[in-house]
Design a protein around this ligand. Structure first.
Ligand code: CMP
Length: 140
């Protein structure tokens, strides 16, 4: 299996509860390596642009407001089959449906305040990494 990259966000509900380290430990224990990381406070423009694919969904305004509400930690993760590995440890979008042992089962508060974002494909991982990081910020 090839070593690939994915993009992750530790969301405002987690940074607010001081869970950056706990979430990152679960990612690392799942075999992912943090090769870039920065704590940012997203602007409205950044949040709307990042989630543009959801702009016609009823929860879009709520989602953007939430992502701007507190700092987030954006990360590039590297590992074998990184997109799938990350999605497996994240668990289902809705924490009520997340498996035991996943980040969202352990920490998510609701479908909106669900602790982490992870890319859903290698193609989107590249787009999302490029949205937040310059290549020289990624150190594998
Ligand atoms: P994420 O993986 O960041 O991608 C889109 C986000 O939209 C998703 O996680 C959820 O946090 C959010 N989302 C999806 N469905 C709903 C919903 N019904 N209500 C509020 N937020 C939602």
């Amino acid at each position: 299996m090839a070593v690939t990259r994915t993009f992750s966000i530790i969301k405002p509900d987690a940074t607010k509860r001081n869970l950056t380290g706990a979430v990152t430990k679960m990612l690392e224990d799942a075999g992912l390596r943090v090769v870039a990381s920065k704590r940012i406070h997203m602007s409205r423009e950044q949040a709307e642009g990042f989630y543009a694919v959801h702009k016609d969904r009823p929860f879009f305004g709520e989602l953007v407001d939430f992502m701007m509400s507190e700092p987030v930690v954006v990360q590039v993760l590297e590992g074998e089959d990184a997109v799938k590995r990350n999605r497996d440890i994240m668990g289902a979008t809705n924490p009520a449906e997340a498996d035991d042992g996943t980040i969202r089962k352990e920490y998510a508060l609701s479908i909106g305040e669900n602790t982490v974002h992870g890319s859903d494909s290698e193609e989107n991982a590249k787009i999302e990494i490029d949205y937040f990081f310059d290549e020289d910020e990624i150190v594998g």
